[in-house]
Design a protein around this ligand. Structure first.
Ligand code: FES
Ligand SMILES: [Fe+2]
Length: 388
């Protein structure tokens, strides 16, 4: 480096599109498509068709009057009118243009303009994706139908006790900003393996956004698991006890981050970072709670104000996860990064992603897919643990 290395000669680098891209046929897009993904709240699948953007694909979500959710390609197989304007009936959705009716699996049930109601309508199949409902979400499988896995269960969400409930949320919990996050999903997901930003961004820089203990610089260990990468963060508290905080990511886009307010025990919150396209994503969160307002109460306030009400000057004075991650770029320029020892978790995750891309491209299975009923409950290890 010399004094002549000014910004004048600087040429920005490029994103790593293999890791960030989510569309059909893209390297990691094909990894994401091998798993079930939450795509909407169950409550949002209704008899009013709804547009969704999932992994770069525009789709129409609806629920038949007899109660079955469906997820169809929008352009009607007849001559392309959008099923967004369709009318939902007992067993399917009727295209507004010439009245063809499609069931949730794309079968054409009626062609009212055709003689005898369309004797050849069974040759038509509206492109569709399989969906299932669980835990208050509609889950969709957008991958190769021949390789469709089972929809897993998660041990921390099972066997609710008296007075406990599951909260299903799509408001961007953990994103630190708006409901629809307007930058590449991976900037958020890999942040789960960046425990060193916590004492800086969330304490030293912006004031205590969580609790005081989180301001201590942790000792950190990263390790690969069967399903992703885990970090263990050790902090010695004032009273001498050791706080062991375990966070993990599970392929292809699950974040397991225990409450940053340090509720003790295994985490009761799971979050799926679901890309809409390369430049935006939703966080679908499930929480086990006794208080229906549990997630709302976890949201950070900034000098008593919610994020949406901050002025530009307040965003500058108290930046949080959203300000840090969005400002990396709509899709960050990985080519310009300088990874150091504390980025080990991020580097391990990127390496594991590259490995799974090759595995999927070679016809193999990425980690954690469940094909056998006996393996259907996934064990979660993340949480906050106090050791004496
Ligand atoms: S375009 Fe849908 S029925 Fe004709
Ligand atoms: Fe953070």
């Amino acid at each position: 480096m010399t004094d002549t290395d000014t910004a004048y000669g600087f040429r920005p680098g490029q994103p790593n599109r293999d890791l960030t891209g989510v569309g059909r046929g893209t390297p990691y897009g094909e990894v994401l498509r091998r798993y079930w993904q939450p795509v909407a709240l169950s409550a949002d699948a209704t008899t009013t068709p709804r547009r969704l953007l999932v992994l770069g694909e525009e789709l129409i979500l609806f629920r038949t009057r007899s109660g079955t959710p469906g997820l169809l390609y929008p352009r009607c197989a007849h001559r392309g009118a959008s099923l967004f304007y369709g009318g939902v009936e007992d067993e399917g959705i009727r295209c507004c243009y010439h009245g063809w009716v499609f069931d949730p699996s794309g079968h054409c049930l009626e062609q009212p303009c055709e003689p005898e109601g369309g004797p050849h309508r069974d040759r038509i199949r509206q492109p569709w994706y399989p969906v299932q409902e669980r835990y208050g979400f509609v889950w969709a499988y957008l991958g190769d139908p021949e390789r469709k896995p089972l929809l897993p269960r998660y041990d921390v969400l099972e066997d609710l006790g008296e007075g406990e409930l599951l909260i299903a949320d799509d408001s961007g919990v953990g994103g630190g900003g708006p409901k629809l996050l307007d930058f590449n999903w991976l900037q958020h997901w890999e942040n789960v393996l960046d425990p060193f930003h916590v004492p800086i961004l969330h304490a030293r820089f912006s004031g205590f956004q969580f609790v005081r203990e989180m301001a201590l610089m942790p000792e950190v260990r990263f390790e690969y698991t069967d399903r992703g990468v885990r970090s263990t963060q050790l902090r010695t508290l004032d009273d001498g006890r050791r706080l062991r905080r375990v966070t993990e990511v599970m392929f292809p886009n699950l974040r397991v981050v225990a409450s940053p307010r340090l509720a003790a025990g295994r985490t009761d919150i799971l979050g799926w970072v679901v890309p809409r396209d390369d430049e935006s994503f939703h966080i679908f969160t499930l929480a086990r709670a006794t208080d229906p307002d549990y997630l709302r109460r976890l949201r950070s306030t900034h000098d008593g104000k919610p994020w949406a009400e901050l002025t530009d000057a307040e965003h500058q004075r108290m930046p949080g996860d959203y300000e840090a991650q969005k400002s990396q770029g709509t899709v960050t320029l990985h080519g310009d990064d300088h990874l150091t020892t504390t980025d080990q978790g991020v580097a391990m995750l990127r390496r594991m992603m590259a490995k799974q891309i090759s595995r999927v491209a070679d016809g193999g299975d990425p980690p954690g897919l469940v094909f056998d009923d006996r393996d259907v409950v996934v064990a979660i290890t993340g949480g906050n643990f106090l050791d004496d």
